[in-house]
Design a protein around this ligand. Structure first.
Ligand SMILES: [Zn+2]
Length: 294
């Protein structure tokens, strides 16, 4: 068995291989992922509408994902509030292009599996450094993590964070609808934390796993997530999935983005590349933890 086949076999053992998602094989899939906390406000309307327009133009799907990881603050009436607020701006949950809502909390098991899988594959390692340790070793100039625990081979113990082993060489290229190709040297990306000391995944991992599980093909992100994008992309790749197309509508750039989306492949890097689904996943998509009807 060659290495790829072996990885795939192991991954499907971990995750199962069936899917109930009913994915349209040639349609794009975008997501709108509000937090259920507080009211849906006007700041959420723009990305929601942009994603909706994208899904409709390309005969794709608009996936509503509720990022409800903070169970204490999550209330069903807020989810209803989001659905009805979306309806008020024309995004109707009964439309065939609409899918969801899915709940991030329902995929906690898959997120956990993904973190353990990355550890087993040596793509991640445990770290017991405290903030004080970092400050002592690096002094006040220390930025990010110094990689101290990379090769210590620590097993999991409560309190140890799991860090992603960022590649030492090469670069991560983000294909952005707006900016074109942006290259991030990997050695400038720290070994970032993907799971906390209690084993719960942090946002960047939860997001990557959910995007893969929901077969998201294009991510329309806010400007505030720019620095997260190369990390998410590294995680997609480590989990064996083809990273999604990326775009960031912002202010007056939005029409340009829409134009690029309407005319894929035209204008070089400005066009949205047509992406396949992440089929060759080492860490295969799984519905084991219940992505399905709410
Ligand atoms: Zn450490």
């Amino acid at each position: 068995m060659n290495a790829d086949a072996e990885r795939n076999a192991r991954a499907s053992t971990i995750t199962g291989s069936s899917s109930r998602l009913g994915v349209m094989s040639d349609g794009i899939r975008v997501r709108f992922a509000p937090s259920p906390t507080g009211m849906f406000h006007v700041g959420g309307a723009r990305p929601a509408l942009f994603n909706w327009a994208l899904a409709r133009q390309r005969r794709g799907r608009f996936v509503l994902r509720i990022e409800d990881t903070d169970a204490e603050r999550n209330r069903p009436e807020w989810v209803e509030g989001i659905v009805s607020a979306l309806a008020a701006i024309g995004i109707i949950s009964s439309d065939p292009a609409f899918e969801g809502p899915y709940f991030q909390s329902h995929s906690a098991g898959a997120q956990r599996e993904a973190s353990l899988w990355l550890f087993a594959e040596r793509r991640a390692y445990y770290c017991d450094c405290t903030r004080e340790d970092l400050a002592r070793r690096g002094g006040p100039q220390q930025r990010g993590y110094d990689g101290y625990c990379r090769d210590r081979g620590l097993p999991y113990e409560p309190g140890r964070a799991l860090r992603f082993r960022t590649p030492d060489t090469g670069s991560t290229v983000v294909d952005d609808v707006i900016r074109g190709r942006t290259e991030f040297p990997n050695d400038a990306i720290e070994d970032f934390i993907i799971a906390r000391g209690d084993g719960t995944p942090v946002f960047v991992l939860a997001n990557a796993v959910d995007d893969i599980r929901e077969r998201i093909t294009h991510v329309v992100r806010g400007e505030e997530h720019l620095s997260n994008t190369p990390k998410q992309q590294l995680l997609w790749e480590a989990l064996g999935a083809a990273p999604p197309g990326v775009g960031a509508p912002a202010g007056d750039r939005e029409p340009a983005a829409a134009k690029a989306v309407q005319a894929p492949g035209q204008g070089g890097a400005g066009g949205l590349p047509r992406r396949g689904l992440p089929a060759r996943g080492a860490y295969q998509l799984s519905d084991a933890a219940g992505v399905g009807a709410p």
